[in-house]
Design a protein. Structure first.
Length: 301
């Protein structure tokens, strides 16, 4: 059954048709695009809702750290051009960056690939963004993204911090990814942007079932939030991250909860998300994976 509702924009009001809203769990289409084998390579795109300051890059960094801690060889790629700041966040130099990969031969060996990356905590590999805005047009191309992802397939997990707009580079990352995580705050225009981004992604033959929404900086409990976010985005895979006081100050000092406080609610939620994306091999495989109701005290699940 089709459900109509009205989304308010700052410029105009539009009516959308959402066929995925308010369906019971058993009516959701099977997620046949997902392969829950530990051997499946993962490309996790951490995407923006279009609103700045949502904590997107912080989520990308800490997810990459958690994947690496699970003994899954992980590389973190900063494609938030031209404003990527992951190297600064991790106190790394710009000795290596995306631009260094322009024109590299196709047949790089593993040693050469590692030499084009930087080392961070727990041997996490990092590829920073461009050094200068003038380099943007060299890398903002689908063919560059495909070639880079092909080189990085030696890793078990590739976490990509993408830019705020559907640039050619960003769109290609989303199409190549196995999982997409839209990070947002509980802000209606940002949720509307995720819906529009999902629809644009579908027009490019992208699979919308691999899209997840992460609502960050939640300060209080509310049983109706999950369904509100679902209605506004048309997405059922929703996680909620609690507000962490002084998170920017902590990251500025190189203090990351993912490495220091495993029992913190923020980290526990990210760990459940990591497990959902890449379950351990000893877990039973299922075509219809049961979600754990991430941060269920808010979603009411």
């Amino acid at each position: 059954m089709s459900v109509k509702f009205r989304l308010q924009d700052t410029q105009k009001s539009q009516t959308f048709q959402l066929k995925e809203v308010n369906l019971p769990k058993f009516a959701e289409p099977p997620k046949t695009h997902q392969n829950y084998s530990r051997n499946r390579k993962k490309i996790v795109a951490v995407a923006s809702s279009g609103k700045g300051g949502t904590g997107k890059s912080t989520v990308a960094v800490q997810l990459a750290m958690l994947f690496q801690e699970r003994n899954q060889r992980t590389v973190l790629v900063d494609m938030d051009i031209p404003h990527g700041d992951i190297a600064t966040m991790l106190k790394l130099s710009d000795e290596r960056c995306l631009t260094d990969w322009v024109g590299v031969p196709k047949n790089l060996n593993e040693h050469q690939i590692h030499n084009l990356l930087l080392n961070s905590a727990n041997d996490l590999k990092v590829l920073p963004s461009i050094r200068a805005i003038e380099e943007q047009e060299k890398v903002n191309r689908p063919e560059f993204v495909r070639k880079l992802m092909d080189h990085l397939k030696i890793f078990d997990v590739i976490v990509v911090d993408t830019g705020p707009n559907l640039e050619p580079m960003t769109l290609e990352v989303l199409l190549l990814s196995t999982d997409i995580l839209f990070v947002t705050e509980l802000y209606e225009p940002a949720l509307n942007n995720i819906y529009r981004g999902k629809e644009e992604f579908k027009k490019k033959n992208g699979d919308p079932h691999k899209i997840n929404v992460i609502v960050n900086k939640m300060k209080k409990k509310s049983n109706g939030i999950y369904h509100s976010v679902q209605r506004l985005t048309g997405i059922s895979n929703i996680s909620f991250l609690p507000y962490v006081e002084k998170m920017p100050e902590m990251t500025d000092k190189g203090f990351f909860l993912a490495l220091k406080k495993k029992n913190h609610p923020y980290v526990k939620t990210l760990l459940e998300l990591v497990e959902d994306i890449s379950p351990k091999v000893d877990q039973p495989l299922s075509l219809y994976p049961k979600r754990k109701g991430l941060f269920s005290w808010i979603g009411g699940r």
